[in-house]
Design a protein around this ligand. Structure first.
Ligand code: SAH
Length: 393
């Protein structure tokens, strides 16, 4: 192809001509898009509300389905806009029903989300970034080389894709398969606060997906200055990835601790506006053999949490190829849990889910960096699967 032919082709597909996605816009941005294609001012609010209903309550992916909107306007919308989801490059289902989707965004970058079904509910674990800058030493995502923030549309799309796959449109009042959202996928949500906040307000909007803030949990490794803002503006449930009770160790395994040490982090938790007995803060604690799992550490944890309405989520370490840690033995986890429990804190041991599809906590890592054959073999040789059955029993 000649250079001239090439540029003529490119000119025919300038970004301005390409249908623009309406996903991830707030109502006023939606109205502005409509105004730009000639919808009269007096109709903007109503039209934006109709679109909102079709996109987020009914899950429409096609303007033709929007029967409350005139045919002419539907045709105009289809000409300028799209409701396409990101490409699903891989969809996996675990033997325990956990499902994982690898999504590819328009620049080719990928991120994962995971649906964890339970008897009468189900949580979607949503990613906030491609990769992560935190480098927690036990976390697989931290080994990924590429990092960028996800935009509001890319975050909301994870929910739309899951609802499509679960065939859960229109948004049901109750009995939902996707009843909860946990911002516990790839990335640090408080390093991408604005986009996460925008996406979550779309998800919480009562005329759309309508998930209550009580059913949304944001997990952070401890970006202290953003915790207060998150509480004031979003008031979602808070989870803290604590993982160590002394600064020396936490500096090593959760390096953001060097910037925001444990005492400052816990002060921010004490000030978290929605923390009350009804809405306790969750402290996540990954159980690493001979690293952070001693009874003395459990007692220190109890001491640290004093005065904070808290529950403790003990997460048996999920191994990944080349990880420099091992999972604590069941006995140590049980002894640790007992000490925390006896002090009055609920301390469930999290059952690893979806391990056969690399969907368990901390195993998310997009295929931007593929596993080598050797790594895959190493993983299939771990005993994690068998152990998870024991935990379930
Ligand atoms: N950056 C946020 C969101 C990630 S959430 C945060 O740190 O909270 C993912 C949760 O899984 C965190 O609690 C994380 O510490 C934990 N995790 C990471 N790798 C893990 C692993 N290999 N095994 C068990 N839990 C892990």
């Amino acid at each position: 192809m000649s250079i001239a032919a090439h540029s003529a082709k490119d000119a025919a597909h300038t970004p301005a001509d390409r249908p623009r996605s309406l996903i991830g816009l707030d109502r006023s941005e939606l109205a502005a898009e409509l105004a730009a294609v000639g919808v009269p001012d007096r109709a903007l609010r109503m039209r934006a509300n109709q679109l909102w209903h079709w996109i987020y309550h009914r899950g429409a992916t096609d303007f033709a389905a929007m029967t409350t909107i005139s045919k002419d306007l539907r045709a105009l919308l289809a000409q300028h806009f799209t409701l396409d989801r990101p490409e699903i490059t891989r969809a996996l289902e675990s033997s325990d029903g956990t499902r994982k989707w690898l999504l590819k965004f328009s620049d080719g970058q990928e991120a994962e989300s995971v649906h964890i079904p339970e008897e009468d509910r189900g949580a979607l674990c949503v990613s906030s970034q491609v990769g992560c800058t935190l480098n927690c030493t036990f976390c697989h995502t931290g080994t990924q080389r590429l990092v960028r923030n996800l935009g509001p549309a890319e975050i909301v799309s994870q929910v739309l894709v899951a609802r499509d796959a679960l065939a859960e449109w229109p948004s049901p009042q109750e009995g939902r398969l996707l009843s909860n959202i946990v911002m516990m996928g790839m990335g640090e949500p408080l390093y991408n606060y604005d986009n996460v906040a925008k996406a979550l307000s779309i998800v919480m909007d009562p005329e759309g997906i309508a998930l209550s803030r009580r059913r949304i949990t944001l997990s952070t490794a401890g970006v202290v200055p953003m915790i207060e803002r998150c509480g004031e503006e979003l008031a979602v449930n808070l989870a803290i990835s604590l993982h160590a009770v002394r600064d020396g160790l936490r500096d090593e395994i959760v390096p953001i601790n060097r910037k925001y040490p444990i005492a400052e982090l816990l002060d921010a938790c004490r000030r978290y506006p929605s923390s009350s007995n009804a809405r306790r803060i969750t402290f996540e604690y990954v159980m690493l053999k001979d690293v952070n799992d001693s009874p003395a550490e459990a007692r220190e944890l109890v001491r640290l949490l004093k005065g904070i309405p808290a529950k403790v989520n003990l997460i048996p370490f999920n191994p990944w190829p080349g990880a420099p840690f091992e999972r604590s033995p069941r006995k140590s986890i049980a002894a640790f849990a007992r000490i925390v429990n006896d002090a009055g804190y609920s301390s469930p041991v999290r059952v690893p889910r979806g391990e056969d599809i690399m969907a368990a906590c901390g195993q998310l890592k997009s295929d931007s960096v593929r596993l080598t054959a050797r790594e895959q073999k190493a993983l299939s040789n771990t005993s994690a699967g068998a152990e998870s059955l024991e935990y379930k029993a």
